[in-house]
Ligand binder design. Structure first.
Ligand code: SUG
Length: 445
């Protein structure tokens, strides 16, 4: 077995972080629509979470925010003139498109791509498929820039295969790692890839909220990654209709442990039996089920107990669950978390991080990061300028304090000064992260 670690690449939260209510079926996004946000607090919370993970000994990388407002997108819709005029006209004539063009949603890096490690691939490379995110307009604008960021972070084609996103059609709707769990004996050993989907490509979906992942998209990702150990499972309609817009809202796994809510799947016990059987020659699955009686689905969603990072801290024998502070604030979720830590099971401790600004858009600690299992040679082949060190954390915190507003109301998104500030911030960031002059489309003009 090759030694490997699970690194995290987090989306750095962008200067336009706001509450625009853009994601139907994501209850927090709908509930907080129109509220004022605090982009500076948001980015600092994200940076502090990254530092917490780096301090625990896990390699931590930074994925830069995308250029927003997305003027090139608005120009493709026929808005013309100066950038300020494009923005003004778009907000006047097509406010929903203008709002989509301003979202800082690339922060949720769990949706950036699906990743499978080299231990699982026929060609021995780490594979990435950026998610097309076609279900929501604002998120469908992400994948090209995401690919650029992944190419910058994982530059060696001998070790890394960064694919293009799947075609942007509803049949192949893909939301990335939020619907994928890799289970294994050790990170460096071959693993079982659990893909969870909401609907099939050719069925007529009649749910109240969108099912964002198709079986066919997951199959295509597994096929192009050359993964041979896979398990495909459908989400329950009850979960999607209750507000589980990604499977990672009610399920998280690491190594041999799968921690899940019983409404994740129809007939969950049967599903877990099958999954355990499929894993049997690799490792013994350690499932931890939380029942609706102990934690109603609504509490699981509002407190994001399962949208936690389940990590192996180097040197510890059991796993650690990194939860949002909202989990501690919910008595039922807190009781479940405490019982985990008190048990002899695979999860030995629970810790809390404050990512409240992101949480109000439905993005917990797990949403903010993309997990990438890397062996030593692969880790050495990553771009060191994008790795979080204490010095980079300090530099990015100072950068955020310099450029980010501490209050942003949805109406402020139309302010041309915000566009100038954001571009100046991103220009400065490309220098800090050594990304080169043409990393963003606005720098190529
Ligand atoms: O896609 N929220 C994101 C949250 C993504 C969470 N990611 C994971 N579960 N992995 C989404 O729904 C809301 C933006 C707004 O309403 O302004 C938003 O896009």
């Amino acid at each position: 077995m090759t030694y490997a670690v699970e690194a995290n690449a987090d989306g750095l939260i962008g200067p336009t972080h706001s509450y625009a209510g853009l994601s139907p079926g994501n209850l927090a996004s709908s509930l907080n629509k129109g509220e004022a946000s605090n982009p500076r607090a948001a980015v600092l919370q994200g940076l502090d979470k990254m530092k917490t993970l780096a301090d625990l000994g896990l390699p931590q990388f930074v994925l830069p925010p995308h250029e927003r407002p997305n003027i090139p997108f608005l120009r493709t819709l026929g808005f013309s003139g100066s950038n300020a005029q494009v923005l003004e006209r778009a907000w006047k004539d097509a406010p929903s498109f203008a709002a989509a063009a301003c979202s800082a949603s690339p922060m949720w890096a769990a949706n950036a791509a699906t990743v499978t490690p080299s231990a699982d691939a026929a060609d021995g490379r780490v594979h990435f498929t950026p998610a097309n995110l076609i279900t929501n307009l604002h998120r469908s604008l992400e994948h090209q820039q995401t690919k650029r960021a992944l190419d910058a972070l994982f530059p060696d084609p001998e070790r890394f295969a960064v694919h293009d996103a799947l075609p942007s059609v509803a049949h192949l709707a893909d939301e990335g790692a939020a619907n994928h769990v890799r289970l294994c004996a050790d990170h460096g050993s071959p693993g079982m890839n659990l893909f969870v989907y909401g609907r099939e490509a050719f069925e007529s979906w009649t749910g109240e909220f969108p099912a964002r992942q198709t079986l066919e998209a997951s199959l295509a990702v597994a096929r192009r990654h050359g993964v041979d150990r896979w398990f495909f499972q459908r989400q329950s309609a009850e979960a999607i209709n209750g507000g589980v817009f990604h499977n990672d809202v009610v399920c998280v796994g690491a190594k041999t442990c799968l921690f899940y809510h019983d409404s994740s799947f129809d007939h969950p016990d049967t599903v877990i039996d099958y999954l355990a059987g499929a894993c049997e020659d690799l490792f013994e699955l350690q499932p931890i089920k939380v029942s609706s009686a102990d934690l109603p689905l609504a509490d699981a969603i509002s407190s994001y107990l399962f949208n936690s990072m389940l990590i192996q801290i180097p040197g510890e024998d059991r796993l650690t669950l990194i939860c949002p502070t909202e989990t501690r604030d919910n008595p039922r979720s807190h009781a479940v978390a405490q019982s985990l830590a008190a048990s002899n099971g695979p999860i030995g401790q629970v810790r809390y991080v404050d990512v409240r600004q992101s949480m109000r858009n439905g993005g917990g600690p797990a949403c903010l990061r993309l997990r990438v299992v890397l062996n030593e040679a692969e880790l050495a082949a990553t771009n060191p300028a994008m790795r979080l060190t204490d010095a980079l954390h300090a530099e990015l915190s100072a950068w955020a304090n310099r450029w980010y507003r501490d209050e942003l109301r949805p109406a402020d998104l139309a302010d041309p000064a915000l566009l100038d500030e954001s571009r100046s911030a991103l220009d400065a960031l490309t220098r800090i992260l050594s990304l080169g002059g043409g990393f963003y489309p606005f720098q190529q003009a």
